[in-house]
Design a protein. Structure first.
Length: 529
């Protein structure tokens, strides 16, 4: 009976049946992705599929051997049959790896026969390759990101930088864009390329100058300046330079001053360069750091004002010094003997020592002691000599007395001047009239009358020596300019000459005439000035 059935099937091929066969599509997969190898099989209708199996061709020292997938060394669930018992024979491969590439065969068993595909499905496994171009770029330039898959069918990819999504594959580079980049299949981001680096070169940034120790810097101590920056490529030793108030100090990242002096105080900064420019600037400088060197008082000087001190006057002794922090205490001492011996006496405090009225007891050597939080220091000793008063009186009272005297004298002079201006004296004229019986000119004989002769003479203000005058007359001479006139009246006598003397007559001449003449009349006329 079985032979008859077989004979019937052979004689009538295709009767009550389809064609035997399997159809595949070759597949290109990206490493790490999950793919499905599409497959379709067919068989006669009278057959019922009882089982199916995928095998992979293995080349082991001879002919090809089909090894069922279940016997391959792979993780559970790596291969999954996603077809059915009718026509779909698709195979799903999770997280494809390079070892999964190769030729895959499909076979199935029916209730009447067994069929193995005569062709195979080829699976190619490729890896994504990330390309950053250029890989080294200067800040401000553009960079291009390209992802290569190796599969003929285009795939959609995305980019990541250090695990963060990159929005655009072409962009203008900043310092912050440096890092590791990779691409991945969109939707299957676990299927990714190897990471590649983007190196961004940039000029020095965040240039900073530090000073050690950072606290108070005391004179005589050591201090170190250190310059740092963020740059790519890093700044070399010769790329750093230290400046103070604009003046170059040294080159190098570190600079040490072993013996700090007050002159080291000031503003410091450093400059850094790595030959990379940013917006046209290739040298960057740090902010300024103020270095304040502290020291106890020094260069202490005592000045005396006035420099020449007279007994009874006042004097100020002023103490000046340089100190950091500033001196907050001044103490004055006096040495009563020579330097190095004798006793010291504290005579005051404060920056200025004022002696209001000095005497011999203030003579001596003085010095001031200054102090701040760092220590104490003394000035050199200064001799304060006291000069005695040569007039035996105190200078200030003497000056006051002289001033009062001058004032009184001035007042008196003004009163006298005012009195003289307000006084209006009358003009005084002195006449010396004499009567004589001596002779006269010949004209007297003609007139036959008594002749009167006038002798008017001006005298100097001073009296001639050796002549005696009446007291009233002397008073007149001393007060105003006086003009004297002498008039002689004589009897008519033709034998005697008659004349008038208009010249100035000496006082002795008038005196003699006074003795010989009968009588003389004097009149004084004074002309006021």
């Amino acid at each position: 009976m079985e032979r008859l059935v077989v004979m019937f099937l052979v004689i009538l091929p295709g009767a009550l049946s389809g064609d035997w066969g399997v159809v595949f599509n070759d597949q290109c997969a990206i490493k790490g992705t999950t793919i499905v190898i599409q497959c379709r099989y067919d068989y006669p209708l009278v057959h019922m599929v009882r089982s199916m199996e995928w095998s992979k061709a293995q080349f082991v020292l001879g002919p090809i051997v089909l090894l069922p997938l279940s016997k391959l060394p792979s993780a559970p669930g790596h291969f999954q049959y996603v077809g059915n018992y009718w026509h779909d024979c698709s195979l799903k491969i999770n997280s494809v790896q390079p070892r999964d590439g190769g030729a895959y065969y499909f076979s199935f068993v029916t209730t009447l026969n067994r069929w193995t595909s005569r062709t195979f499905a080829r699976l190619s496994v490729e890896e994504l390759t990330a390309v950053v171009q250029p890989s080294t770029v200067t800040e401000g330039d553009y960079v291009h990101l390209t992802c290569l898959s190796g599969c003929p069918t285009p795939i959609t990819t995305v980019w990541f930088k250090d695990g963060k999504l990159v929005q655009k594959p072409v962009f203008k580079v900043r310092k912050e864009d440096a890092g590791m980049y990779h691409c991945a299949v969109l939707g299957q981001e676990m299927a990714r390329s190897a990471s590649v680096a983007l190196n961004v070169r940039y000029a020095p940034k965040n240039v900073a100058l530090s000073v050690s120790p950072s606290g108070n810097i005391v004179i005589g101590s050591s201090v170190t300046f250190t310059c740092s920056s963020d740059a790519n490529p890093p700044v070399t030793q010769s790329g750093y330079s230290l400046y103070k108030s604009g003046q170059f100090i040294s080159s190098g990242q570190n600079h040490t001053v072993s013996d700090v002096r007050p002159s080291h105080s000031g503003l410091y900064y450093c400059r850094a360069s790595n030959n990379i420019s940013w917006t046209g600037v290739d040298v960057t400088r740090s902010t300024e750091v103020h270095v304040d060197v502290q020291y106890r008082p020094m260069n202490i000087v005592v000045s005396v004002d006035p420099p020449h001190v007279i007994e009874g006057s006042g004097v100020n002794l002023t103490c000046s010094c340089v100190a950091n922090p500033a001196a907050d205490r001044y103490t004055w001492y006096k040495r009563t003997d020579f330097p190095g011996s004798g006793s010291l006496v504290q005579v005051g405090s404060g920056r200025v020592l004022s002696l209001l009225s000095v005497d011999a007891s203030h003579t001596g050597l003085y010095f001031c002691q200054t102090e701040n939080t760092l220590g104490i220091n003394n000035s050199s000793e200064v001799l304060l000599p006291i000069k005695g008063n040569e007039f035996g009186i105190q200078p200030v009272p003497a000056l006051v007395g002289v001033g009062v005297s001058l004032f009184v004298t001035l007042v008196i002079a003004l009163l006298l001047f005012w009195r003289k201006q307000t006084k209006k004296p009358k003009k005084k004229t002195v006449f010396d009239v004499r009567l004589s019986e001596r002779g006269s000119y010949s004209s007297a004989d003609k007139n036959q009358s008594e002749s009167v002769y006038a002798n008017v003479q001006s005298f100097p203000p001073s009296l001639p020596p050796g002549h005696n005058y009446d007291a009233n007359m002397v008073s007149t001479f001393s007060e105003d300019e006086v003009t004297y006139s002498t008039v002689a009246i004589k009897p008519r006598n033709p034998s005697l000459p008659h004349h008038v003397n208009n010249s100035k007559t000496p006082h002795n001449r008038r005196s003699k005439l006074g003795e010989d003449d009968d009588f003389v009349i004097y009149a004084a006329v004074a002309k006021s000035s």
